[in-house]
Design a protein around this ligand. Structure first.
Ligand code: ADP
Ligand code: RBF
Ligand code: MG
Length: 169
């Protein structure tokens, strides 16, 4: 575990429109998470299990930022619906609901855990962010910054018939 586990489907590339999440005020905690719709969550390969991952993300074909992603049922909140939420490691001036978020999930950090307090959850997430920042500074991670997935214009493709090859380039 903790960052060294190999997942066969990684790197995994996906994109989708940002939807409203559970509205629990993660933004107020300083950790806003952009949520994907169910269709994107359902497209995850089965070996990408619930847990925390790192990679890069891009809104509407703009700059590419480091990200951490939480996939799963958020045991701390007893969710029944699987979610896929991305925290981009960048301060944005405004929200980007309904805009396209493209991500490459590069590596696994840890399993999804339950916590006794919100403070413990937040400090775990802060640890994830520090770990992700380091991993994403490595040359083997940085190579994805130049990947065709981020540089080609997909804005017309998003609502068209699903392109089966797009998510696993
Ligand atoms: P929700 O419950 O609707 O997901 P959040 O409190 O998690 O609400 O806030 C998520 C929203 O905040 C995103 O959908 C996005 O529009 C915005 N946002 C602003 N900065 C970031 C960021 N650095 N990473 C992710 N989302 C961000
Ligand atoms: N929720 C959990 O219940 N357990 C976790 O281990 C957990 N890890 C997370 C790690 C990261 C990097 C992020 C961004 C979120 C994580 N969450 C986790 C989800 C968190 O509960 C969620 O973002 C807020 O509840 C807002 O929906
Ligand atoms: Mg959210």
């Amino acid at each position: 575990m903790n960052g060294t586990t190999k997942v066969a489907s990684l790197p995994f590339f996906t994109r989708g429109l940002v939807v409203k999440g559970f509205g629990r005020g993660s933004k107020e905690l300083g950790i806003p998470t952009a949520n994907y719709p169910e269709s994107v969550v359902e497209d995850l390969p089965s070996d990408i299990s619930a847990g925390v991952y790192y990679g890069y993300g891009q809104v509407n074909g703009g700059s590419i930022y480091k990200m951490v992603m939480s996939i799963g049922w958020n045991p701390y909140y007893n969710n029944t619906k699987k979610s896929m939420e991305t925290h981009l490691i960048h301060e944005f001036d405004s929200d980007f609901y309904d805009q396209e978020l493209a991500v490459v999930i590069i590596g696994y950090i840890r399993p999804e855990l339950n916590f006794n307090s919100l403070e413990e959850l937040v400090s775990a997430i802060e640890g994830d962010i520090e770990f992700a920042k380091k991993m994403l500074d490595l040359p083997e991670s940085k190579s994805y910054l130049h990947h065709d997935f981020f540089t080609s214009n997909h804005s017309n493709a998003i609502n068209e018939e699903e392109d089966e090859t797009r998510s696993n380039l």
